[in-house]
Write a protein that binds this ligand. Structure first.
Ligand SMILES: O=C(O)CCC(=O)C(=O)O
Length: 292
């Protein structure tokens, strides 16, 4: 089966060993120097770090995306690193299941009924899915990309989908299906697929309500089991303007995206990145790598 067929059928594909052991170990070491207990390394830091931004030049990811979309793709400037993200669902006592196209669902601006989404999320995992019982990857609710695609054919479908998504966010985490990713693997997933951070037994036991401050619990996660994952969006060039204009920046403006150091901050690249600068930066990194 090709990536495209697999992606349409399951709503995600895994690229095994897209990064070698020395590559992911080096990335882990670099990230460790940023990991002071915060949840996110923001895009401006990832882009300006020559060790971290190399992730964007991975050829297997580019090829898989071209295979899925059958055309050239652009990377959105939201590349960031999530650190120990499993702590979020435990902290809020929810499974954390969600879709990434939530603002598309609210605005109904984006074609949610098409076979392929306008853009996908890309996750690069620097530890195995189990990660010593802490959880290192993601789980999904299988076929939810098709459910949303189907429901959104009707006027009321987006509202109903929104309701279902909110309801399932409260579903216990054992409802999800684990994607067995390993260190150096990449998962590309449909923005309509429900997914969440994998929450291992050890993390759950350690994190579930106690009076100890949340920050102390995060600090207690051993170095070897700290979860690191890169995330960014990508989609066909021809949809870029539409997504940026109507969907992407809707997130900047929406009330629930109020800046917090713990959340992905869309403002950082709204201020700093003009889309072309961002694409040029990636091209520059790629060419300097070729000359090294
Ligand atoms: O790796 C994780 O914790 C999941 C992140 C996630 O769900 C997302 O970025 O949409």
């Amino acid at each position: 089966m090709t990536y495209r067929e697999d992606f349409i059928k399951n709503g995600y594909v895994t690229i095994k060993s897209a990064f070698s052991k020395s590559e992911y170990q080096h990335l882990r070491k670099t990230i460790l120097s940023y990991d002071k207990g915060k949840r996110i390394i923001q895009p401006n830091n990832v882009i300006s770090d020559q060790h971290l931004n190399k992730v964007l030049n991975n050829k297997q990811i580019k090829d898989a995306l071209i295979n899925i979309f059958q055309e050239e793709v652009l990377y959105y400037p939201n590349i960031h690193i999530q650190m120990n993200s499993f702590t979020q669902s435990a902290h809020h006592s929810m499974s954390g299941l969600h879709i990434d196209a939530s603002s598309e669902l609210t605005s109904r601006r984006c074609a949610l009924t098409d076979t392929l989404p306008r853009w996908v999320n890309i996750g690069v995992y620097l530890q195995d899915w189990n990660n010593g019982g802490y959880g290192g990857g993601i789980m999904i609710l299988p076929q939810t990309h098709k459910l949303i695609r189907f429901l959104c054919r009707w006027e009321w479908g987006a509202k109903l989908s929104n309701f279902i998504v909110r309801l399932l966010r409260r579903a216990p985490d054992f409802c999800g299906k684990t994607i067995p990713s390993n260190s150096g693997d990449v998962i590309i997933f449909d923005n309509r697929l429900m997914h969440a951070s994998l929450l291992g037994k050890k993390a759950k036991a350690m994190l579930l309500p106690s009076h100890e401050p949340h920050q102390n619990k995060i600090d207690a996660i051993p170095e070897h089991y700290r979860k690191y994952a890169f995330y960014w969006f990508a989609g066909p060039q021809r949809w870029w303007e539409e997504v940026i204009e109507f969907n992407f920046y809707a997130r900047v403006l929406s009330d629930d995206q109020v800046f917090s150091e713990d959340a992905f901050n869309y403002q950082t690249f709204k201020q700093a990145q003009h889309t072309q600068d961002w694409q040029q930066q990636i091209a520059k990194n790629a060419s300097s790598e070729r000359h090294d």
